[in-house]
Write a protein that binds this ligand. Structure first.
Ligand code: SAH
Length: 222
C-alpha cells in the first residue's frame, strides 16, 4: 500500500510514520503472496504550499458568502494530488478527505481499504476546511475519525495510515496479528508481579499467573 499524505505539516506526520511498526514496514519487503514486489507500505508527503502559484506561497483565502476563518484553496491541493497519483493510471486509487463531518472511520473500513487499493491519498485540512470543489473533482470521500473537532486533519490521516497498515499481511508480527482478530486485548499485566505506588501494593490478579488460558480469556472479557 502506498499512502500519499497531502498536508501543510508533513514533518509532523513523518516523525510518526517513520517510528516503530510503520517505520519498519517501510523497510520490509512484501510477503510471498503479494501481487507486486516492493515494500509493505510506502508513505509520501506533499505540501500544498509547494504547489501554490502565489508569491507568498499562500494556500488559503476568505470564504465566499462570509463566515469566520479561512478556507484552503482548491488549486494547490489539486496540484499536490496530481503530483501524487495523477500519472498512476491502471492502479486502484482511493482519495479520502479528513473532515469532522465525514463518514465515521471504522476498523471495517480499514480492512476494506487495505484489501482493495494500491494507493490511498489522505487530504488533511487546516483552518475552516478545504474548498468543496476538491471533493467533487477528485470524487473523494469525506471521513471523520471521531465526534470532535481538531485543528487539522493530520492526526486523523495518521490514525487511518496506522489502522490500514495493521491490516496489511506481514506488517504486524504473528503474535500481534493473532491479537488483531479481536477488537482489543482487554485487561493486561506485565512484570513485576507486585508494584508499590504511594505505599500501597498492587499485585497481578492470581488468574493471570495460573496458566489456565480459558479462565484468563474469561477474565480479560474479550
Ligand atoms: N469549522 C470546521 C472545522 C475545521 S477543523 C467545520 O466545522 O467543519 C480543520 C480541519 O481539521 C478539517 O478540515 C479536517 O481536515 C480536520 N479535522 C478536524 N476534526 C476532524 C475529525 N474529527 N475527523 C477528521 N478530520 C478532522
Amino acid at each position: 500500500m502506498h499512502f500519499h499524505v497531502i498536508t501543510l505539516f508533513p514533518e509532523v506526520c513523518k516523525a510518526y510514520t517513520d517510528a516503530s511498526v510503520l517505520g519498519r514496514a517501510q523497510k520490509k519487503e512484501k510477503g510471498k503472496g503479494a501481487k507486486q514486489k516492493g515494500k509493505q507500505i510506502e508513505v509520501s508527503y506533499y505540501n500544498p504550499r509547494d504547489f501554490s502559484k502565489n508569491r507568498h506561497q499562500k494556500v488559503d483565502d476568505r470564504p465566499y458568502g462570509g463566515g469566520p476563518g479561512m478556507v484552503m484553496q482548491a488549486d494547490p491541493v489539486l496540484a499536490a494530488w496530481e503530483k501524487a497519483v495523477g500519472r498512476k493510471k491502471g492502479t486502484s486509487i482511493k482519495t479520502l478527505i479528513m473532515s469532522p463531518r465525514g463518514k465515521a472511520f471504522t476498523s471495517a473500513m480499514a480492512k476494506k481499504l487495505a484489501k482493495r487499493y494500491d494507493h490511498l491519498v489522505l487530504i488533511s485540512g487546516r483552518y475552516e476546511g478545504i474548498d468543496s470543489r476538491v471533493k467533487k473533482i477528485l470524487k473523494a470521500e469525506e471521513v471523520s475519525t471521531g465526534d470532535y473537532v481538531l485543528t487539522g486533519g493530520e492526526l486523523p490521516a495518521l490514525a487511518i495510515i496506522d489502522t490500514v497498515s495493521r491490516q496489511i499481511p506481514g506488517v504486524l508480527g504473528t503474535f500481534e496479528s493473532l491479537e488483531d482478530a479481536r477488537v482489543s486485548s482487554g485487561e493486561m499485566y506485565t512484570r513485576p508481579e507486585t508494584i508499590t505506588h504511594k505505599k500501597k501494593k498492587y499485585t497481578v490478579p492470581k488468574v493471570f499467573l495460573s496458566g489456565d488460558h480459558k479462565e484468563i480469556e474469561k477474565r480479560r472479557g474479550v
